[in-house]
Design a protein around this ligand. Structure first.
Ligand code: PHE
Length: 342
């Protein structure tokens, strides 16, 4: 038996074929189920007890030199040597974790779906906008503070289009839609917007909005209020209350901000509603006749309403998230808490 092992050791030492098939044949010859090593170990069992120590060591040396040989041949052929190793096929399959949908996407999809049921279609527009679509067509006076460097990220000044900037709201898409479509218009515009603000738990330099627009003959403020009430109750449950507070936007007249009753503390007061029982979630109003005219729509025939929902704010209320920065940090411990995508 000793001679046989020595002969095999020599054979292994000299073996030099590198072709994948040859290496595999070599592996099977020595390490396969019916291979030489198994035969030798069987023979070993019958060996005289006095020989066992030496023979055992020799067999182990042979086994590891076969394995070393295979590994080195595979490195030479550029094969890192994973799949020729003896794998345990009885091991359970690795559980691959499913990814999760980002909370902003979940809430954006919910908003879109609720308005789709009310007959709104979806449109998108560019994130890099010109002054006309982001400001001028929306009735911003030339010296309006919202055009200030403080709020807007300017990209360049262009001779034809004037200032080019990252859009500060999705109302720019409202303009594009009105320019290119005749009423009736019933559309929502989800998208990312940018403002030059210091980043904190309550403010960020980028966030998401869903703007909505409804233009037809005889659209009134009552229609706006009803659409928003239906939306709020679909989103936050049938008990939800809304309140509209007078506000100002250059592109709507009259304008309002909408609060929903805080569903976290039930109105008793918490850090999200800052103790008031109400959370501001959107701006809205009747589209200013100047805006309709700027976009080629006859304001004597048509009227309409618009609203702009802050998705981050809605998501905060929905999932009780108290820091805006969590949305953009991509910390898996945060993201894993949301519904998996299969
Ligand atoms: N564009 C406004 C904002 O970003 C929101 C708004 C949209 C208000 C439509 C009124 C009508 O704050």
């Amino acid at each position: 038996m000793k001679e046989k092992i020595e002969q095999y050791l020599r054979e292994v030492g000299q073996y030099s074929e590198t072709g994948a098939e040859q290496v595999e044949a070599f592996r099977i010859r020595f390490l396969g189920k019916k291979g030489l090593l198994n035969d030798m170990f069987e023979e070993f069992k019958k060996a005289a007890p006095t020989d066992k120590k030496e023979l055992g060591q020799m067999l182990n040396t042979l086994k590891s030199s076969v394995q070393d040989k295979i590994n080195s041949l595979k490195i030479n052929t550029g094969d890192k040597g994973h799949h020729l190793e003896l794998n345990d096929l009885t091991l359970p399959v690795d559980f691959t974790e499913a990814g999760t949908r980002h909370p902003i996407s979940i809430v954006r999809n919910q908003i879109t779906e609720i308005f789709a049921r009310m007959g709104y279609t979806v449109a998108e527009g560019p994130e890099i906008e010109d002054d006309w679509h982001n400001f001028t067509a929306l009735n911003f006076p030339p010296d309006h503070p919202a055009r200030d460097m403080q709020d807007t990220f300017f990209v360049e000044h262009n001779k034809i289009h004037g200032d080019i900037a990252l859009r500060t709201h999705t109302s720019s898409v409202q303009v594009r839609t009105m320019e290119n479509n005749a009423p009736p218009i019933r559309q929502i515009f989800p998208g990312r917007v940018y403002r030059n603000e210091a980043i904190s738990a309550r403010a960020h330099c980028m966030f998401h909005q869903v703007e909505g627009l409804y233009i037809d003959k005889g659209v009134s403020f009552a229609d706006l209020k009803q659409a928003l009430l239906v939306f709020a109750r679909e989103m936050f449950g049938g008990e939800t209350q809304i309140r509209l507070r007078p506000s100002y936007f250059p592109f709507t007249e009259p304008s309002a901000e909408m609060d929903i009753s805080c569903n976290i503390c039930g109105g008793k007061g918490c850090n999200i509603c800052k103790g008031t029982g109400w959370v501001e979630v959107l701006g809205c109003g009747m589209v200013d006749p100047n805006v309709l005219e700027n976009c080629g729509i006859d304001s004597k025939i048509y009227s309409g309403f618009a609203f702009g929902i802050g998705i981050e704010r809605m998501t905060m209320v929905k999932y009780r998230i108290n820091d805006l920065r969590l949305y953009f940090e991509n910390d898996v411990r945060f993201l894993q808490q949301f519904e998996p995508v299969y």
